[in-house]
Write a protein that binds this ligand. Structure first.
Ligand code: BDR
Ligand code: CA
Length: 314
């Protein structure tokens, strides 16, 4: 059983990554830590609590973390995810209280208490992880693994041609994390290739007629509408956070993984947040990042279908 802390800017498919992890029998979710990213921070916190409630996992504590990037001015992505990040449908407040404590401090305390046992699943900007590392410089040795959804290996960025959203929002944090930790990276490009749901998959999901399937349709509808402009398929969306959670829990989904030196560009300008991946070994950088280069997309689809067909938690 993998012990996992999920660091999330909960909106869109962050919710699916949380559900998948909470409902998987391969993973124990120890805590959620919330980071500034997709939508206004307080909304992210409520979205996380709603998702835990849906999973029947209200005992998982939610710690609020960084409300803004380390240095750069904050910009969220409500144009993609909508103001609420859950597709504009109105979900009731759960009344769940946030746990006492600051997210990065909790990451440190929990990893100190169980050295080598806790994996960090990072599906938002890396601000909380950089803050935790600043407090505990031995954190890279204390974690089991550190998984990051972010970056783009082949310049297929979703916020600029060079950058993917999570790393672009806080490139200063990302640079510190990649320079210090052995990262397992699921970049935007592999998600576009191997973790996309389009109209046929959404039709299949509609037929499941479960609470989780209907929630999935709600939280992805804004991203699908955003993607429909200029697309041959009006109904597609990538599932970057879900596939990262699935790859962590189900190693058999990892088709190809290679290790390279990866550096993050933290400068302002055209390449802000770019992940420079030294595929040909032309720098002196030590290999520091396991890059997931391909995913068994059929197996991923099966994992998602099983999740979305699973019995309603209540
Ligand atoms: C990433 O940014 C967020 O919009 C998604 O949740 C994912 O973590 C994709 O760029
Ligand atoms: Ca996310």
């Amino acid at each position: 059983m993998r012990r996992v802390i999920i660091d999330t800017d909960t909106a869109g498919d962050d919710t699916q990554a949380i559900l998948l992890s909470c409902l998987s029998d391969r993973v124990t979710v120890e805590a959620l830590t919330i980071v500034a990213g997709n939508v206004p921070f307080d909304r992210e916190v409520e979205n996380a609590k709603y998702t835990l409630d849906l999973a029947g996992a209200v005992d998982v504590p939610v710690y609020e973390g960084a409300r803004q990037p380390l240095l750069k001015e904050f910009e969220h992505a409500t144009d993609i995810h909508g103001e609420d990040g859950l597709g504009g449908d109105v979900f009731p407040d759960t009344g769940i209280e946030s746990a006492a404590g600051f997210g990065p401090d909790e990451i440190v305390d929990r990893c100190r208490a169980a050295p080598g046992e806790i994996t960090l699943l990072c599906i938002g900007p890396l601000t909380n992880i950089a803050l935790a590392y600043a407090r505990e410089p031995d954190l890279p040795d204390l974690v089991d693994e550190l998984w990051v959804m972010g970056g783009n290996v082949n310049c297929e960025g979703n916020i600029t041609p060079a950058a993917e959203f999570n790393l672009w929002v806080d490139p200063d944090a990302a640079r510190r994390v990649f320079d210090a930790f052995e990262v397992t990276l699921v970049d935007w490009g592999v998600c576009l290739r191997d973790a996309v749901f389009s109209s046929p998959e959404f039709e299949a999901v509609s037929a499941f007629d479960t609470e989780l399937a209907s929630f999935f349709e709600s939280v992805t509808q804004r991203a699908r509408a955003f993607n429909s402009e200029g697309s041959h398929d009006p109904g597609w969306t990538a599932l970057p956070d879900s596939v990262t959670a699935a790859l962590l829990a189900y190693p058999e989904l990892r088709d190809a993984v290679s290790t390279y030196h990866v550096a993050v560009d933290d400068r302002e300008g055209l390449t802000r947040g770019y992940t420079s991946v030294d595929v040909n070994g032309v720098t002196d950088g030590e290999p520091n990042t396991h890059v997931v280069e391909s995913v068994d997309s059929d197996a991923f689809q099966s994992v998602m279908y099983s999740l979305l067909q699973s019995r309603d938690p209540d």
